[in-house]
Design a protein. Sequence first.
Length: 645
Amino acid sequence: MTISRKKAAWMSGIFGIVLFAYVVVLPALFDGEQIRKLASEKAQETWSRKLTIGDLSLRMRPFPELHAENVSLTNPTWAKNEHLLQAASISARLELLPLLNRKVRVKSVSVDGFRAHLEISRNGKKSWDLNPGKSMQGPSTEEATSLDFRGLNNLRIRNADISYPGRQKKISVWHIDEISGKADTGFRDVRIDARLSRNKHPLHIEAKFEDLSRLGQKGATSEGSVQLRWDSSHLKIAGKIPLEASLQGKHLQVDFTSESFADVLEFAGIESRKTAPLNASAMLIESQGKINAIDLKAGLGKLTVTGDAQLKLPVSKPTITARLVADHVDWPQTLLDAGRPPAPHTPGELFPTHPLAWKSLLALHGIQGLADVKVASLTLGSGIKLKNSKAKLNLKNDQLNLTAFSADLLGGSMSGNMQLNGSRKSVRLNLDATDVSLEQWFAERGKAVGLSGGAMKIKASVSASGTSMKNLAASLSGQVSISMGPAVITSYKAGAAETLLTGMFSVSDTGRINLQCASAQLPFESGRASAKRIIGVRSDTSQLLTSGFVDLREQTLDLRGRVRAVSGVSLGVSMLTGDVRIAGKLLGPEVGLDPAGAPEALARLGAAFATGGISILGTTLWDAANTRGDPCEIVLAKKKASSSK
């Protein structure tokens, strides 16, 4: 017999022995009941959970395959759902030769009808936290009937649902059509393809990793890439990807592009209209427990933001520090580009009634952050423009503090601070504005009025709470102080009215009113400011000091005071009728004579006729000789007196 024939005989003999073991010996050695028992005992010992396997069999097709049906693993006793994991069927293809030595080495796994019910207890325990620190290879391969996943190179999961508690403990469900993973020996050159959906919106994930053999080990990373595709949005992450929870060692380039990122928002459970195109990119580098985002760029419609950020990931609360810069922000347009339509205007309402974005602030609970923001030009919803805006933001849970903000406003400047509380839906504001032009305020709001000048100083220290701007205004409490410098009101009607009220002997250009000053001290309490000597106004010929109230709840005002001449003899209607009344809606108050002064007016008129006008002249001369001072100064002095107490 030649050597080649001997080799062929030996090969035939070996093949026969293997075939005999495969067909006869392996099924005889297989003990499904014993394996189920050992698996259940191991789950109880390792995880303190009950593992149930309905049917377990060893199939030969053509490679040995371990097949289990109706598999389930229980949740901890505190969980609402009985089971953590369930599967209609699990099939594991095994290597043949290790089986002869009673070793179970898994080559591929296929799971159908998978269900996972993830829950979190009140004290933060996670139902899926089975046994931290254990490697993915399972028990030691030296134990009898142990599972060895080191040779796993193929994984497939189909028709799976994963439920978990989302925001405000609302249960969210991810549906997985199919996940497939392939790898070379030792979990190298891993490729993952997943098609899933959430809220009926699809997501396609493609991932590649050079080496996952150290998955879960501290500081482990792998070169690779992950791509997420929604309907019109695409996120790509490439570089050195971390393989454990602390995210150490990452060095990634992140790029996001979208024609309308409404698909991403709706996938996350956030209702949204169509948005403007969005693009964002950054380099993420981990160093000493911090993730640095450098070369940060983002664009939404015409808005462009650049800067950098840093993220700390402690066990409890992540902390974000950012520096952001924008050339121009048109806030109404930005909201529209982000899928938020303009708030509807309610006729007759001074303040918007639509809900404020308190939910967005509540969604940030558990996050801490600091941000330094600069915007060269910012256009507000009212049309007012801020230049060189600067703000320092401090976010802690659902509280956002603008510890300092400043901007050039309406030819002047403003500064202050503000605190927002999401759970309380409250605002605290301290504002100091100087040389703010009333003329420019009307112009930037697109209102044509015959007014020029009017530089104002505004100080406010107020607080409010509510779900809308209308509710905030109705609850406003605190002090608001306004003082205005010289201004000219060009109006023949207004000038004529001033002449009529102050007197025939005062000098006035009936085509306009030359205001010298105006002051207001508004002590708001629950949306209403009520006081004596609350507002004072002085022109070059007349002056008015009023008492009454300004009510933001009802959006009305009622102010009463006598118009007096600044100097000289005044023989006007005000001498006969008494006080002037300014009352009605804030959007359109009416100016008239105070009806409460009617009896006094009749007495004055009767005396005038009886004395041939001598009583009117006497009253006028008395008022001229006993002036009550500058009404603007009187109002401001009232503030100084109250602050010194």
